[in-house]
Design a binder for this molecule. Structure first.
Ligand SMILES: Nc1ncnc2c1ncn2[C@@H]1O[C@H](COP(=O)(O)OP(=O)(O)O)[C@@H](O)[C@H]1O
Ligand SMILES: [Mg+2]
Length: 344
């Protein structure tokens, strides 16, 4: 029998479809492409990987991990028990079992799904984020005196542009109320309202465990979007390859930047990665304001690692093949010593 020495944990995502959502479901085929590319890269590097899907937490999951006793887990799991909020517990389980794993620790994974907490942590590290506030379901909308339209509304605890569509940028109080209600009703969670920054958008990929390296800065080119369409990476623009919005929001990597701006963006990205406690790899979304200045939109501790996604593109620009990028992430996990808990 083949003896496996590492496990790729990933989630089955076919049930992401959200009733009443304008965004649709995260494409399950993308996860499969990511898993099989990681699997091939690990095998090419001499590992013997076992790809283990996780839908719900079960005794079987613990038993399989115990039976394989992997040297490390490549953790691609972004949800469990039908939601992202327990994602951090999968990393927590691996901590408890004493199995080294790739990627960020539980606290960072949990934090990244609370965008307002992240903003507060970044503020305390002197990293600017767009001004904003949180609207809880069931409370009357009170627009702070400081607010100026246009404003953008997003779900507080989501990722992957879920809940973000062409109506997310609001120009009046009525539009704002409608969009906040949409997040409360369909996504069943707090809505985060932010000043809409009408500037350039950058994604910055960071790779490495103990010594993280900023790989490259990618820019999203919005110039081809039709008039009236907000210049944002909505769910459709991110995932629906057939759509106009997807095809008119073009990633450019490396971004065309002055050396000075490039250095500033890389510095803000690295400080954000460290402030939120990201490990091994992350992607930081940054935007400029029309009035100038760089603002962090989001810290993403588990960006898509598929060969044709932005992270791998940035790695190629920095001189890493896809296989080398995956190997660096795996090696970062292997470098961390772990003390197995008795009983496993
Ligand atoms: N304050 C903002 N101003 C302008 N655009 C924004 C703002 N916040 C988000 N966006 C747009 O919405 C997209 C998704 O928002 P983001 O905070 O990155 O959430 P997600 O976790 O879903 O990627 C961004 O890539 C950007 O295009
Ligand atoms: Mg984002």
């Amino acid at each position: 029998m083949q003896r496996y020495d590492c496990v790729i944990l990933y989630n089955t995502v076919d049930e992401w479809d959200m009733d009443g959502s304008d965004e649709g479901a995260y494409p399950a085929n993308l996860v499969r492409e990511e898993v099989s590319a990681v699997e091939k890269s690990l095998a090419a590097a001499g590992f013997r990987p076992f790809a283990l899907p996780v839908a719900d937490f079960s005794k079987g999951l613990v038993e399989t991990l115990t039976a394989i006793a992997p040297r490390f887990v490549f953790n691609l799991c972004e949800e469990v028990n039908g939601g992202a909020e327990l994602e951090m517990c999968v990393a927590g389980l691996l901590e408890l079992m004493g199995i080294p794993y790739t990627g960020s620790p539980p606290l960072t994974l949990g934090l990244a799904l609370h965008k307002f907490y992240v903003k507060q942590i970044l503020a305390s590290a002197d990293v600017p984020t767009p001004w904003g506030w949180v609207c809880h379901p069931g409370r009357k909308l009170a627009i702070p005196g400081r607010a100026r339209f246009p404003l953008i509304v997003k779900p507080e605890h989501e990722d992957a542009s879920l809940g973000i569509n062409s109506n997310s940028v609001c120009r009046t109080a009525a539009e704002l109320k409608r969009q906040i209600d949409y997040i409360h009703e369909i996504y069943g969670q707090d809505a985060l309202v932010e000043e809409y920054l009408d500037g350039r958008e950058f994604n910055v990929a960071i790779l490495g465990g103990r010594e993280p390296q900023v790989l490259a800065v990618q820019e999203i080119d919005f110039h081809g979007l039709p008039d009236g369409e907000p210049r944002i990476v909505s769910f459709q623009a991110k995932w629906d390859e057939e759509s106009l919005l997807f095809n008119r929001t073009v990633p450019i990597c490396p971004a065309r930047l002055s050396k000075r701006l490039e250095n500033k963006i890389k510095d803000v990205a690295l400080r954000s990665h460290l402030a939120v406690g990201c490990r091994d790899y992350s992607r930081i979304d940054i935007r400029t304001a029309a009035r100038g200045g760089l603002f962090v939109l989001e810290v993403n501790p588990n960006p898509d690692l598929s060969p044709d996604a932005g992270f791998a593109r940035a790695a190629r620009v920095a001189g890493y093949s896809y296989g080398e990028m995956i190997l660096r992430i795996a090696e970062a996990a292997l470098e961390r010593s772990a003390v197995p808990v008795r009983g496993f």
